[in-house]
Design a protein around this ligand. Sequence first.
Ligand code: CU
Length: 227
Amino acid sequence: MAISYLFVEVLCIGYIILYFIIDCIGILVSSYNFKNTSFSISFSKRIISMLEFVFLLIPTLLIGYILIPSIGMIYASEFSLDSLEYSLSVDVIGHQWYWSYSIKYPISHVWGDEGESITFTFDSIMGLSTNLRLLVVDNKLYLPTNTNILLNITSVDVIHSWSLPDLGIKVDAVPGRVSSVSFFSFRATTFYGQCSELCGVNHAFMPIVVTTVNESLFIIWLFEQLF
Ligand SMILES: [Cu+2]
């Protein structure tokens, strides 16, 4: 919510600046005398230096005004990653040229055994489709809706990028490093994405497909894969 407010605020500031600049250009053009190529408005040296100071001061104040909440937002998003309770974690691993997923699901959600979890690992390779070109995979990643999910993203060879534009997720998969991002979906739908880091000759052929379903359907799907 706070990030949307910040976005709207920065957008409004941008529009005001744009309006101001267009206004200034309009005044200058209308005051220009094309016959003797000179401006009809003239300022004294004192006014010019005062204007220069004001035009330096206003952008500096504006940048400061945008910078402080933006930095706060970056810290808040990092801390919220630690403070959330995750019901499920998924390791996302980039390969040349496919993704593999490892779902770690706490067994306590099904049987009530505390502390134990089941892990299901599978590869997701591009499939063929005529209507969704380069966006179809053989094994989709199913995830439950209304659940806090932790995605741990890494790679085993070169740098890839796991990107789902609909959810605003785009995280680099860097070999030897684990980048985490939280995932939460209210609605049951399918999200499409692609590797967004040039990773070699088949870079264009490693799509990402995530389908969100309600938790009971997710459990059924998971158990079908396991047994
Ligand atoms: Cu890639």
